[in-house]
Design a protein around this ligand. Structure first.
Ligand code: ZN
Length: 195
């Protein structure tokens, strides 16, 4: 792949793509909004400033650009340096390649740390990739996001202690009761009715 941009040009271009209100993020927001979900954007108090914060579901949603966050790439160490092969989603320019590789590695490391912090604080994390929001995949992707949200909500609403302690069967109190006298109880019931 030939790179027609200078590194500086490319950097400006990529920085621009990265800015807030990127198209993929808007698609996710629109879908959620149209389906009755409400959210907050880039809440600074939540670790990693997730793109979308849904407090009710205690869920943070990150909408990741495939290039910036290195979708589907595999890392390998060669001569003390991290290398990656291009993936379908993440095509790294040959020019200034090391810069981009390092950048993506740092981004991924930060993503991991943010995710970890959120999980430790009782948040759930949903990552939506840019490529999953193409027209033919959007609906399916968002239905999966919705399912995750509902699962998260159920987990929150569920009482914490749902484990009932059952005594061992032989210790059940009913075993100690005398056999029921069905005739007697039936006649008692009968006489009750006559009153
Ligand atoms: Zn992708």
């Amino acid at each position: 792949m030939t790179d027609i941009m200078s590194p500086a040009q490319r950097h400006r271009c990529m920085s621009h793509i990265r800015s807030r209100n990127t198209k993929p993020e808007i698609k996710v927001r629109q879908w959620l909004w149209n389906h009755g979900y409400r959210y907050r954007l880039c809440v600074k108090s939540v670790p990693g400033k997730p793109d979308i914060v849904m407090r009710k579901y205690r869920t943070a949603i990150f909408v990741n650009g495939c290039f910036w966050h290195g979708h589907d790439i595999e890392w390998k160490m060669e001569n003390g340096k991290w290398k990656i092969d291009n993936s379908i989603c993440c095509k790294i320019p040959q020019t200034n390649r090391e810069f981009w590789v390092n950048k993506i590695r740092r981004n991924q490391e930060r993503d991991r740390q943010n995710c970890q912090t959120l999980l430790e604080n009782g948040w759930q994390v949903i990552v939506v990739w840019e490529c999953q929001l193409k027209a033919n995949r959007l609906e399916q992707t968002m239905r999966q996001v919705e399912q995750r949200l509902l699962d998260n909500l159920i987990a929150i609403l569920k009482p914490k202690r749902l484990r009932y302690e059952f005594p061992e069967e032989e210790n059940l109190p009913i075993a100690a009761e005398p056999p029921a006298d069905y005739k007697a109880s039936a006649s008692a019931h009968h006489s009750d009715n006559e009153k």
